[in-house]
Design a protein around this ligand. Sequence first.
Ligand SMILES: NC(=O)c1ccc[n+]([C@@H]2O[C@H](COP(=O)([O-])OP(=O)(O)OC[C@H]3O[C@@H](n4cnc5c(N)ncnc54)[C@H](OP(=O)(O)O)[C@@H]3O)[C@@H](O)[C@H]2O)c1
Length: 332
Amino acid sequence: MSKYIANENRYEKMKYNKVGNSGLKLPAVSLGFWHNFGDNDKYSTMEEMCFTAFDNGITHFDLANNYGPAGGSAEKNFGRIFKEHFKPYRDEMIISTKAGYLMWAGPYGDGGSRKYLTASLNQSLERMGLDYVDIFYHHRMTPETPLEETMCALDQIVKSGKALYAGLSNYDGPTLEKATAILSELKTPFIINQNRYNILDRTIENNGLKATSTKLEKGIICFSPLAQGLLTDRYLNNIPEDSRIKKDGRFLKEKNVTENREVLLKLNDIAAARNQTLAEMALAWILKDSDITSVLVGASRPSQILANIKALENTTFTKAELDAIDKLTVRG
Ligand SMILES: NC(=O)c1ccc[n+]([C@@H]2O[C@H](COP(=O)([O-])OP(=O)(O)OC[C@H]3O[C@@H](n4cnc5c(N)ncnc54)[C@H](OP(=O)(O)O)[C@@H]3O)[C@@H](O)[C@H]2O)c1
């Protein structure tokens, strides 16, 4: 029997935003399992992070088939945590997973085919010990697969009851528009886009995703809102031994710090003048925008989750602050 009993005040402080024009709401801050939930990580820390998140109103946990390492291990670890502690709370949770990147060898373990998406979701459900996920995403655009095939696979998956809603990740504006036309015709509950968006990465402002999503009344959940830790106090002075760069530098490298440190220090000054940490300001900067549903943060310890929720205390910016941030970070 689990010793975990969820905090009875868990819904008091969190803000919940409607996902586009759907009936679903997501917490303004959601928790992702890309890093720190793999086979090399400590199980008790994973448990504590899930408890802290849920106790503070973070009802949304985001996974993908390939999160680890090894691929699949984050879902497996989450499945254990779910079975041991969260089963009584299933109806209070939004659990998502994805398929689209390489997961297994051969022609059926990557991309956007109906074969891959269907098989992968079956595997994910088994690893997590769930009957269904709340949101199932196609993880990336795959131009080699006919868009209609991928969208019909998402439609079938939702209508089979293995996912309640469909999502698209890493799509651009024009492809989102075409995909939405197919899904609307099928009456598929496609409600959300998951894309990278942060002070340092404005891609969705430039590739049409943000404007198109808003026009189509879809939600946007922003991944890597802290630029994997760059937009925090983690790297302002040095590169700590227990940081992502030192522990698992597959995607974040020392050169990313070197290239950005001067800007990060200046952003930190702007945050300090607002009485915020750099992390709080970075999340608040995204959440000021009504086009955005949620910031999808990662964490290596429970205290970071608590620190990130503090961003909700001030998401208002003056024009002078926004201009100063843009001057430092918008290129071209
Ligand atoms: N759809 C996609 O293609 C895609 C791609 C990437 C990610 N995602 C999703 O987005 C989620 C978040 O991505 P991410 O982990 O890159 O997000 P992030 O929030 O930008 O970075 C998380 C990292 O920042 C550091 N951090 C977090 N809060 C902090 C705080 N308050 N103070 C100091 N440092 C702090 C931690 O680094 P340390 O480990 O150094 O402590 C943490 O691991 C993923 O888990 C996944 O669910 C989706």
